[in-house]
Write a protein that binds this ligand. Structure first.
Ligand SMILES: Nc1ncnc2c1ncn2[C@@H]1O[C@H](COP(=O)(O)OP(=O)(O)OP(=O)(O)O)[C@@H](O)[C@H]1O
Ligand SMILES: [Mg+2]
Length: 255
């Protein structure tokens, strides 16, 4: 059975300019697009969502990128869990089964790198037709205390572990854009050398590198032979088109 890994950006499902403000209508719309596809297909789906304004501002305030802060870790994790509950609830309300998986409880990092990730529960959820819903999170790190684990870094790990057939990251832009604002149809390690000067961080608060961080995570995955796409999940119908295998946004590939 084929497996799809979909990330919905925090830039889409939250207001990144605010603190802890969800875009309920967007969460519901995307849940409906996923539910409609799910009822029509026997593909398995893992959903990963970004933290948006339910994590980035808190991680920034407590300087979680620079060092350990127990209070900051608690507040950041608590905040993103609220968003995760809303996403899981919306999927269930749309008529499909979804359950939360919190990286804080499932992962261990070393200097930001995943060294242990309990996947058994995700596997059983998939077998039972349930969508596991993970998210960017603050995670215990045996070198530094905690590290921020982005949704963008979770996707490649899961894609390789579960041999996913399609991987997509939906953000609030039509794809990776060139210096004129046009969508780059394909990024490879070769053309990235020319393109990278125009691929930057986020316009909003983002502690995980914005578009630059996303492209480098997905290029590393491409180097292992796994293609992925970056597309606009803010536009109605694009998540659905991605799930149905259409050519949306930017393809990240090794060649
Ligand atoms: N070349 C580029 N093409 C497209 N977007 C770019 C580019 N350079 C920088 N960006 C910025 O990257 C942003 C997307 O990254 P961002 O991390 O904010 O979103 P996200 O990953 O969807 O959200 P989250 O990290 O909360 O999940 C865009 O909104 C844009 O401002
Ligand atoms: Mg991001």
């Amino acid at each position: 059975m084929s497996l799809i890994i979909l990330k919905t950006g925090g830039s889409v499902i939250t207001e990144k300019g605010s603190i802890s403000r969800a875009r309920e209508a967007e969460i519901n719309r995307i849940s409906t697009e996923i539910a409609t596809f799910r009822k029509d297909s026997d593909s398995q789906i893992i959903l990963v969502h970004g933290a948006g304004s339910f994590g980035h501002p808190q991680a920034l305030k407590y300087k979680l990128k620079d060092g350990f802060d127990a209070q900051g870790a608690y507040l950041t994790h608590t905040s993103v869990k609220v968003l995760n509950s809303r996403v899981v609830e919306a999927l269930n309300n749309a008529g499909i089964h979804a359950l939360p998986v919190h990286p804080m409880s499932a992962c261990l990092l070393e200097n930001g790198k995943i060294i242990d990730f309990h996947l058994g529960q995700i596997k059983v959820m998939l077998e039972k037709g349930i969508i596991p819903v993970l998210h960017g999170d603050v995670v215990m790190d045996r070198a530094t205390g905690t590290s921020v684990l982005s949704g963008d870094r979770i996707i490649p790990y899961l894609a390789l572990s579960f041999k996913a057939s399609m991987i997509g990251a939906g953000s609030d832009v039509d794809g990776v854009l060139d210096e004129k604002g046009s969508v780059i149809k394909k990024i490879t390690p070769l053309n990235f050398l020319d393109l990278k000067k125009n691929i930057k961080g986020s316009g909003a608060i983002d502690v995980t590198g914005g578009m630059g961080g996303k492209v480098s995570e997905l290029l590393e995955l491409a180097g292992k032979g796994v293609d992925s796409r970056i597309f606009n999940a803010s536009r109605k119908g694009i998540v659905s088109r991605f799930l149905y295998g259409e050519d949306v946004g930017t393809l990240i590939s090794n060649k």
